[in-house]
Each structure stands twice: as C-alpha cells, then as structure tokens.
Design a protein around this ligand. Sequence first.
Ligand code: BDR
Length: 317
Amino acid sequence: KKLLLIDVDCGTDDAQAIMMAIAAPNVQILGITCVEGNTSLDNVCKNVLRVLKLCNRIDIPVFRGSGKALIGATIHASDFHGVDGLGDVPDPNAPGLELIQKEHAVDALKRITSKYPGQISLVATGPLTNLALAIRMDPAFPTKLKTLYIMGGNMESRGNTTACGEFNFLVDPEAANIVLNEFTCPTYIATWEHSCRSKLSWEWYDQWVNKGTKKADFIKKIYAHSLQFSKGDKESKALVAGPGFVSCDSYAMAAAIDESTVTSVIECGVTVETCGKYTRGMMVLDFIDSLKLTNKARIMNGCDLEKFKVLLENTVK
Ligand code: BDR
C-alpha cells in the first residue's frame, strides 16, 4: 500500500480529499496533521475528526499543528467554506478535541517520516506552515519523503483571494517560499488554474451528491453553503474559463492515489513572492532557471477526468 500523510486546513474540499484517500484501497493513511487556514485550528481539528467518524476511521491519528502563519495576519476562507469550515451545518454528535493526539503535528511529521524514510507521500492541502516548520526543525525532512503533493499557488498569476494570491500560498507566503525553495523530493503542484480547468459539470455533481448514501448526504450538506458562490457570478468570474464544480484539494489527493490521473506536467523551478505590494503570495515560475533552484516542481497541467470521477464516485459509496 502507498503510505500517506495528509496535512490539511480542513474546509469542504479538504474533507472531500480525506474521504477520497480513505476510500482508496491502495492507500494507508499514517496520520493527518492540522494547520490553521480555511478556519481556526480548533475547527480544523474538529472537522477532521468529524470526517473520520463519518468514515468509521477514528483510528487514524490526528495531530494539532500551527495556529498561525509564520508572518502576518490570519486569513480564513469563511465566505466560501462557512465559519466552521464545513458549511456551518454542525453535527451535535461530532467527536471532541480530546481525541487529538498530544504530540504536535510538526513533531509527528518528523517522527513518522523518519520511521519510513523515502516511503511516504505527503499531501498538503492547506497553508504550508507545518511543512516549513518541519524543515526548520529537521533540515533533512524534505529528503525523507517519497513525493510531495501540494494544492496551492497559481501558474498564470490568477488569484482567488487577492488579484495574484491563491488562498493557501497567500495565507503563509513565507512558508510556501521555504517549502518550494528547499524541497528535494518530487513535488507535484495542483494550482488554482489547474483546478479550474479540471472542473466537472453541475449535472455530474447533482447525480454524485444525490446517491443517497451517508457520505453523499454529508458532502451535499457541507457544500451547500459554498454553492451560492461556486454557482454564482462572482466565483464564476474568478474561475478560469467558466463555471463548474471544482474541488481543488481533490486534484492533489487524486494524484497521490493514482498518478495516472495527472496527464501532463510542466517541470520548472518555482518559488513564492513574499514582498510584492500586489503580488505577495503569488507563485513565480522560473522558466529560464534564473534563480538556480535545485528542485524542479511538477506543475500539474492536465487531469484524466474519467479517472478522477471514479475516485470521487468511490468516495461516496
Ligand atoms: C484552496 O484554498 C482553500 O480555500 C481550499 O480548501 C483550497 O485548498 C484553493 O485556493
């Protein structure tokens, strides 16, 4: 089985991505680490536990990580994901924070990757604060991973939070900069534009969430809040090339589960702008190798939507 660690700021699409990994028979999840992002760190931890309970996988250890970006004010994505991160449809029977492991997420990342050097794929679907801290605490951390899959950044400078800022990189540009500059293992990036171009039709979405299973009902419920945006005019304008259902974090997760969902990549050094007045948080692609970055990221540039849909269908079974 593929060994997986998942680092999330659990909003709606992170929840979806976790469920996708749980449903994949070829994957073993060694732990889920939490970071502040879409919602507060407490909510992120609760949301992960809620998803694990729904999937009868409360045995997967969940670790609490950084509750603040390295520098700068906290930004949440409450407009889209709801204040609680899961569409503000609380479950009174959701598990409590007492189930969170005592060990800090960054210590867990270091410990688990040291136990299985070169064997673990890490999927990061939130701000990269925990990963950057792990590198600073253990400079060998990047060499211990097999592959890193990131949802974040933009390949054509299109923002979804500011003009040039994609949410995950914008929340902690310094962390994203450290990770992209210093990671040495193969690194796949599912950018905002890639996600938008890999959208699914609303017809497909409607049949998917109306399967009548417990998991389909959950997905339908948590996404209801965001549909007013994703079906609405504002979000449609932010999307690249028209409306449709986009589950950003699932593209990174799908790549980790089945690399053949990625049909093409652009290989190039990438970093993140930390200073620009208009461009803070923007991903920078160094096509002419002027920065001499040692790692060349694989920017995902094509998705096999048929295979992707199968993974989504499996998620709600
Ligand atoms: C990313 O930002 C978050 O709101 C989503 O969960 C996704 O990880 C998209 O820009």
